[in-house]
Design a protein around this ligand. Structure first.
Ligand SMILES: [Zn+2]
Length: 205
């Protein structure tokens, strides 16, 4: 069973956004088959994150998201979970004068899974415009996915990754049951997720 990361909307924790960011494209964001740009752009260093609020969670949702706490980074490194290729520090912060932030946040570089979407068993809504470009890996339907009711992945190519992206859905992040259990066990805060088999359900840990 897999989950997709989804922005928590309960307002319990601070929200944030990159402050005057500069973005570049990197090779990591391109499809290995057709070279199309499929991911979000890379946020260049030095980075400044503007945080609005005084309660700082372990998962802070931003672009590229999420930013994760130092505590998450330490716990993840000894967890045996698979999928994160690297952590990158956010150097600077703009926070409220009354707030104290005593740790840094990091962004993630996450692997792309070989798994594809099972279009027969999924319930998806597609954009009306057919793309001129076709690629069996990154755009097999020649359409953008606009809505999800249920998403089924073809698991015969599953390599055991616990956090991953797909070639077909840009920067969306997917999580395994083991990843969600790890977050629960360590009481990490503010992870918003939706189960792929019941996508209308929102869960915030
Ligand atoms: Zn492609």
């Amino acid at each position: 069973m897999f989950y997709r990361l989804s922005w928590p909307a309960n307002g319990k924790f601070a929200t944030c956004g990159p402050y005057k960011p500069s973005y570049i494209s990197t090779e990591h964001d391109n499809c290995p088959l057709c070279a199309s740009h499929i991911g979000g752009r890379y946020w260049e260093h030095p980075r400044t994150l503007a945080i609005n609020g005084t309660r700082f969670p372990d998962f802070l949702f931003t672009t590229p998201y999420p930013a994760v706490s130092e505590r998450f980074v330490e716990l993840y490194k000894s967890s045996g979970l698979k999928g994160i290729l690297g952590f990158e520090e956010i150097e600077h912060y703009r926070i409220r004068k009354t707030a104290t932030l005593n740790h840094k946040y990091y962004t993630l570089t996450v692997m792309r899974s070989k798994m594809s979407i099972n279009y027969q068993e999924s319930e998806l809504e597609f954009g009306k415009t057919e793309h001129e470009h076709f690629c069996p890996l990154c755009d097999p339907q020649r359409r953008t996915i606009n809505g999800i009711k249920r998403m089924v992945l073809n698991e015969e190519c599953y390599d055991g990754e616990d956090i991953f992206k797909l070639y077909t859905t840009g920067n969306a992040l997917y999580l395994s049951e083991a990843f969600v259990d790890f977050v629960k066990k360590n009481h990490l805060t503010n992870l918003g997720i939706r189960p792929l088999d019941d996508y209308e359900k929102r869960i915030v840990l």
